[in-house]
Design a protein around this ligand. Structure first.
Ligand code: KIV
Ligand code: ZN
Length: 568
């Protein structure tokens, strides 16, 4: 592709670049120790990017969900721009649905009539942030606004004065301010600084009453490191101007290059204090930064994000219902497939890790898994969906599914046997087999049911020349048959009795027993593998009485042998 020549890499004047390089050496090695302040812009930036914007009732549902997640600052709209946004604010106040500790943020551009109406819209909001902005990049100045740098600064100064004056008239409510040089990342850095300082000089924030300075990547135009360099440079300059401790430095990133999360994470290391974004990255074009991913990345780094995503499925459901958006199946954390392993190797490793974790449950230990960086349980996700079975899957995955459905610790050879059968199914259907079907198949193939062969419970055993003689009966198609046989143990003598009756050779190959449940009605589960003629066959029997349990398992093997033989 020769078209790369059309594009200019973002570059900075030599002095600024040198200052950035020096500064980077400091922030690049730092670690995030605490969560930033969060502000959701779902109801504004997110909503304005929807094919069908949310109506008031949907916005209300979304707002309640944001509050539940723990957002303390929520931008709800651009009240000047539409009556419905204006009305939404009135109803929020009227219905008294804003928690005491939540700030409602409203967006307005640096235009006098807009600011006037915006203040009117928040007259009944107890805690509000008035977010005023102006585009500052050369392209915006020259092509869109047709304003000089000087005119931009004049607008900022006059809007800053206006917001201060209007706030003074609304003493009963708490009003804070936020200023954004829109298209910051495409703006000459020294001009962006000058614009921000002109707002700061008028607003005169203090350490107690800070001004939020929001530096947006309105369009993501560079790699995350370059964005973080820009943030670090601004932060340093605010320090030099002795205002850094009087402002909250905020970032608002868009995802045009797909690196909004990385850019935001680096910006936090570079000095940002606050993050604006949306759930699941909704927003203009490729979206805003995904706050769910940001917060859960923090959680997986061992930092409390101060946002609660422990009921992720419910949040996803509400989000898709009210926005009409879909969540990509591979989106980090929230995608339907991101905690699912299909491949045999991955499944095997995850099953081993699960068994190890289960064994060390009582020991306070850190979560580890070879293929998961976070415990899905912390997001309220059902772990039985982690491993799903298709033609790529192997015995590890099957063991995982069986284990999650109450059949852990099965004999290995039984899992291998079952795995070959399931693989035949997946190769035939060429699709995933749900765990319910897997469980059905497992029981149908191996578990005793009294359809043709029925176990007789009365049994007589006696010693005979160092061997055991068993005398009992079975039903075949409801017809009773008395049987007897001799062997070195009770199982062998029973098998020999059956062998005599059915005139086939039967030999025990392996036998394992487990107990299911702990109380007096616990069941004994017996797994037997026999060789009938020259065929290995598994059967499983379950009963409170152990000897009835293994007899059931053996009868199942005979029934299975007949079925398989018919097929041959
Ligand atoms: O992306 C952006 O620049 C914005 C501003 C209004 C902050 O949404
Ligand atoms: Zn935006």
């Amino acid at each position: 592709m020769k078209s790369h020549k059309k594009y200019n890499k973002i570059s900075f004047p030599k002095k600024i670049q040198e200052e950035m390089d020096t500064r980077r050496a400091k922030w690049i090695g730092s670690k995030l120790k605490k969560a930033p302040l969060w502000c959701s812009v779902d109801l504004r930036d997110g909503n304005q990017a929807l094919i069908t914007p949310m109506d008031e009732s949907k916005k209300q549902i979304f707002f309640n969900e944001l509050v539940k997640i723990g957002f303390k600052e929520i931008e709800v709209g651009y009240p000047f721009a539409s009556d419905s946004e204006y009305q939404f604010l009135q109803n929020l106040a009227k219905k008294k649905v804003i928690p005491e500790d939540v700030y409602i943020q409203v967006l307005v551009s640096c235009k006098s009539n807009q600011i006037e109406k915006t203040f009117e819209s928040i007259k009944n909001i107890k805690k509000a942030i008035v977010h005023f902005y102006i585009p500052t990049s050369p392209q915006q100045r020259e092509t869109v606004l047709k304003k000089t740098k000087k005119e931009i600064i004049e607008s900022v100064i006059s809007s800053s004065r206006q917001v201060i004056d209007l706030a003074k008239k609304n003493k009963k409510n708490k009003i804070r301010f936020q200023f954004s040089p829109e298209s910051f990342t495409s703006t000459e850095l020294d001009f962006a600084l000058e614009v921000c300082l002109s707002a700061i000089n008028i607003i005169k924030p203090t350490k107690k009453e800070k001004l939020i300075i929001n530096l947006p990547a309105t369009v993501e135009r560079s790699s995350p490191v370059v964005f973080a360099d820009q943030i670090a440079w601004m932060s340093e300059k605010f320090k030099e101007n002795k205002v850094r401790d009087k402002i909250i430095l905020c970032v608002h990133t868009h995802n045009d290059r797909g690196t909004a999360v990385a850019a935001t994470e680096l910006a936090l290391l570079a000095g940002a204090d606050r993050v604006e974004g949306t759930l699941f990255g909704n927003g203009e074009r490729s979206g805003n930064v995904d706050i769910a991913t940001m917060a859960l990345n923090m959680l997986s780094d061992g930092v409390n994000p101060n946002l609660d995503f422990s009921n992720l499925n419910q949040i996803k459901r509400k989000y898709t219902e009210v926005t009409g958006m879909k969540i990509d199946e591979r989106r980090p954390y929230s995608g339907d497939l991101v905690f699912t392993a299909f491949s045999g190797g991955h499944q095997d490793a995850m099953e081993k890790a699960r068994v190890k974790r289960e064994k060390s449950k009582k020991i306070e230990s850190k979560y580890t898994d070879p293929y998961l960086h976070i415990d899905p349980v912390d997001l309220g996700l059902h772990i039985d969906k982690l491993v799903r079975i298709n033609s790529q899957s192997g015995k590890g995955g099957l063991a995982y599914v069986l284990g999650k459905n109450g059949w852990a610790d099965l004999p290995k050879l039984l899992i291998i046997d079952f795995s070959s059968k399931i693989q035949k199914m997946t190769q035939k259907t060429k699709s995933e087999i749900p765990s319910e079907i897997i469980m059905e198949e497992f029981k149908k193939i191996y578990f005793y049911n009294d359809s043709k062969y029925k176990v007789g419970t009365e049994i007589k055993m006696q010693e005979k020349k160092g061997n055991v003689e068993t005398t009992t009966f079975i039903y075949i198609n409801n017809k009773k048959h008395n049987i007897s046989g001799v062997g070195s143990g009770s199982i062998e003598s029973y098998i020999n009795a059956l062998s005599k009756l059915l005139k086939i050779s039967i030999n025990i190959n392996s036998y394992e027993e487990r107990s299911l449940g702990a109380s007096s009605d616990a069941q004994a589960v017996c797994y037997v593998r026999v060789v009938i003629e020259d065929m290995f066959v598994w059967g499983v029997g379950m009963d409170q009485n152990t000897s009835t349990s293994w007899k059931k398992a053996i009868l199942k093997t005979i029934e299975r042998f007949e079925t398989l033989n018919k097929k041959i």
